[in-house]
Design a protein around this ligand. Structure first.
Ligand SMILES: Cc1ncc(COP(=O)(O)O)c(C=O)c1O
Length: 394
């Protein structure tokens, strides 16, 4: 298979828009010079709406896990009690980081494939009233669930002084988050998913409330010390040499998002989710997550009449379609399709057609073409319901 024919529909890394690739190939610049200062000063305010905040959005040169770790080391001290919602592999990762840093971790286990209930958060806080922070994943990439992080933040603040720390690695850029309005204290993300870049940049949006805790936290930290990033940002710098090519790419990503309109970007993701789910229903493919908990960036399917891995292998070999498998105990049980970043409704039509072709090969019983027809209907219905005056560029 010619690599350039591959359709990369895993939930990150995601395809890079050609104009972003071109932007990343600009000649190198010095990271302490005027050009870099201008670049950083241009990026800083333009990132804020994507995180739903008017506060600082810090940019680190590292993968998403680094900002999960930064969130932990900057806000907590050994022995602190924290609550971590564990509803998949990434909630589990947050919990493991907290355990590594010697926190007293209360894992709130939620069935994989379900969203955490706000009532359960309330009960947890009643049982453990002294928690310093509540950690929750926005889109649990391993299952395709979108957790109600804004409602969780409101409830936590109603009942306690705890910080609310959100992993938005696979949602930011693809789903709206009202960080300031809901009182999320720290919202972290990465570059290789809905932000349409290669891996290598990590983002941390920090509230005023979180800064108070971070500034007075005596725990030693160095590369991940968010205070250094803030101090440097205020001077139009970064504390260490940044991944400059990715910053060039980020500038173009922001231009693309602004050109389409942030709200339209979020709507496009919702439409892609609806098309994918409608198609699966029409061809009898069981969806792993219920509608009300479904993520707009990744859809998980739990096949019954064939093996998930057989589908993934054949789709890749014959059509170059890359999907992701399950993680942890869901390995071999589900497969996941990413529809975020540089993906459009036409991309969905393409992968649904491939899905149908492969399912015919695997002997799954359905009416060929029914998935594509359902995806088209979902598109028409969703776009009709949306504001007629909003122009869409896909
Ligand atoms: C929700 C979530 N959190 C954290 C990460 C970890 O990011 P990285 O692999 O960039 O370290 C991922 C990556 O898939 C993710 O989906």
């Amino acid at each position: 298979m010619n690599r350039e024919w591959e359709l990369l529909q895993i939930p990150g890394p995601t395809p890079i828009p050609p104009s972003v690739n071109r932007a990343m190939s600009q000649p190198m610049i010095g990271h302490r010079g005027q050009k870099c200062k201008e670049l950083l000063e241009d990026l800083a305010p333009r990132l804020k709406p994507i995180f739903g905040t008017s506060g600082d959005v810090l940019v680190l040169s590292s993968s998403g896990t680094s900002v999960l770790e930064a969130a932990v080391v900057n806000t907590t001290e050994p022995g602190d009690e924290v609550v971590v919602v564990v509803a998949g592999a990434f909630g589990d990762r947050f919990a493991k980081i907290c355990e590594t840093y010697e926190l007293n971790v209360h894992r709130m286990d939620v069935e994989f494939g379900k969203a955490v209930e706000v009532a359960a958060i309330e009960k947890q806080l009643q049982d453990t009233p002294n928690v310093k922070a509540v950690f929750v994943t926005h889109c649990e990439t391993s299952t395709g669930v979108m957790h109600p992080v804004e409602a969780v933040a409101r409830k936590v603040h109603e009942l306690s002084e705890a910080l609310v720390i959100v992993d938005g690695v696979s949602s930011i850029g693809g789903a709206p988050v009202d960080m300031d309005g809901s009182g999320i204290d720290l919202l972290v993300s990465g570059s290789q998913k809905a932000m349409m870049l290669p891996a290598g940049l990590a983002f941390a949006a920090v509230s005023e409330n979180a800064w108070k805790v971070i500034d007075s936290n005596p725990r030693p930290r160095f590369y991940l010390d968010l205070r250094s990033y803030k101090k440097s940002l205020d001077k139009g710098q970064t504390p260490f040499t940044p991944a400059l090519s990715l910053l060039f790419g980020l500038q173009e990503v922001l231009r693309l998002i602004e050109e389409e309109g942030l709200e339209q970007v979020h709507q496009r993701h919702k439409i892609m989710m609806e098309m994918t789910r409608a198609a699966c229903r029409a061809i009898d493919l069981p969806l792993f997550v219920d509608d009300e908990d479904a993520s707009t960036t990744v859809t998980s399917i739990k096949p019954e009449s064939f093996k998930a891995e057989d589908f993934r292998k054949l789709a890749n070999k014959e059509f170059g379609l890359m999907t992701a498998g399950g993680q942890q105990h869901l390995k071999g049980e589900i497969f996941r399709i990413g529809h975020m970043g540089y993906s459009r409704p036409t991309t969905v039509l393409q992968y649904i057609s491939i899905l149908e072709l492969v399912l015919q090969r695997l002997g799954h019983n359905f009416e060929p073409g029914a998935g594509s027809a359902a995806a088209q209907k979902a598109y028409i219905q969703a776009t009709r319901e949306m504001d007629k005056n909003v122009s869409r560029s896909y």
